[in-house]
Ligand binder design. Structure first.
Ligand SMILES: [Zn+2]
Length: 355
């Protein structure tokens, strides 16, 4: 199944910060890191997870995350190069990945205490959370990054999934991007995150069961009525069963388990479709569209049937109207959608001027 050529996989230059967190640069970067002299390290506060006995799922508690950076001005952005006490101690870079200062999971957390008076499973929140910065340019976005940078981004996803899966406790790795304040973004510098889970989260578990039983995403790529853009290796489409208005998936034509399995042509195809989707959203809604983008890769042991693919959830249903998750969705898990997927596909397909 694997056609990805290891020789073409990017390898990072890796540094260890004074506080022990790892920092990786992919692609060219300028100079040796200059660590701020006042950098005395950050206090490690551990998360833990508790079993929800009614919903039968894990809930992660990370009380230390309340103090994380909230909407800094552009000149104090910790993701811009050389910001004092920021994350990027070099003058310029292509793509940077580092351990999240406010991580929800830790590499070696201690065993948490039980809940007094309640016999519920409480476990370590083992795993890792990384931040991935797409560009040194504070104003860049998925829609405006050059093609070569998006190709590098796809390759970096591949390398990070590979690297994090080498941690014995990690079961699944999920890169994602929250875009825009409506998606909860507190830092506007173009970036995403990569979560490495030590357990199988419920949505990924359900998806795995479907794929194990033969659900085939490549069949969706043949549905012209739902396709909004396509390449030789992948198609961008509104799934006929979309739960969000204007939801878009990028699906492979041939099975690939993880982004590292893509060949050079497919990397280029996926990179082009990422820009196509972001540009179509921004043009259709007439503003930078807030969305949640999720990169799914095969969890441990599921490399034979769980396909690499990407799902976009735009948080708008019209230019000035937000899509909210409300009573029926939150309470019953049933999504109400007021636009047909085929109509949404037609609208997004017909956007003109998309590069
Ligand atoms: Zn910035």
């Amino acid at each position: 199944m694997t056609e990805g050529d290891p020789k073409h996989m990017p390898r990072p230059a890796t540094f260890t910060r004074p506080d022990g967190r790892l920092l990786h640069f992919y692609g060219p970067f300028s100079g040796e890191p200059v660590w701020p002299p006042e950098s005395t390290g950050h206090e490690v506060a551990f998360s833990h997870r508790r079993w929800h006995p009614v919903r039968r799922e894990w809930v992660i508690y990370s009380a230390h995350r309340q103090t994380r950076t909230y909407k800094p001005s552009a000149d104090t952005c910790p993701f811009c190069p050389m910001t004092p006490d920021g994350e990027i101690p070099v003058k310029d870079f292509s793509i940077a990945v580092f351990d999240n200062r406010f991580s929800s999971f830790q590499k070696n957390p201690p065993k948490p205490l039980p809940i007094p008076g309640l016999d519920l499973p409480v476990e370590k929140a083992a795993g890792n959370c990384e931040v991935i910065i797409y560009s040194a340019d504070h104003r860049a976005s998925m829609a405006t990054l050059p093609q070569e940078r998006r190709e590098l981004l796809v390759q970096v996803w591949g390398d990070r999934v590979r690297a994090l899966m080498e941690m014995p406790s990690v079961q699944a790795v999920m890169p994602f991007e929250n875009r825009g304040e409506e998606a909860g973004v507190t830092l506007h510098h173009p970036h995403g995150q990569i979560y490495a889970f030590s357990y199988l989260p419920p949505i990924i578990e359900t998806m795995a069961q479907s794929f194990r039983e033969g659900c085939d995403l490549s069949k969706l790529a043949e549905l012209k009525q739902y396709t909004i853009d396509e390449t030789a290796g992948a198609a961008a489409l509104v799934p006929p069963f979309a739960r969000f208005p204007y939801e878009v998936w990028i699906v492979p034509r041939r099975f690939r388990a993880r982004p590292a399995d893509l060949n050079a042509g497919e990397v280029s195809d996926w990179a082009r479709l990422l820009a196509s989707v972001a540009n179509r959203y921004d043009r259709f809604f007439g503003r930078m569209c807030p969305y949640v983008m999720i990169v799914y890769a095969a969890p441990r042991g599921m490399e034979e049937f769980f396909p690499f693919h990407i799902q976009f959830y735009p948080l708008l249903r019209a230019p000035q109207k937000l899509k909210f998750i409300a009573g029926c969705e939150l309470g019953a898990g049933s999504f109400l959608v007021d636009i047909l997927p085929e109509t949404a596909a037609q609208s997004l397909r017909n956007i003109e001027g998309v590069p």
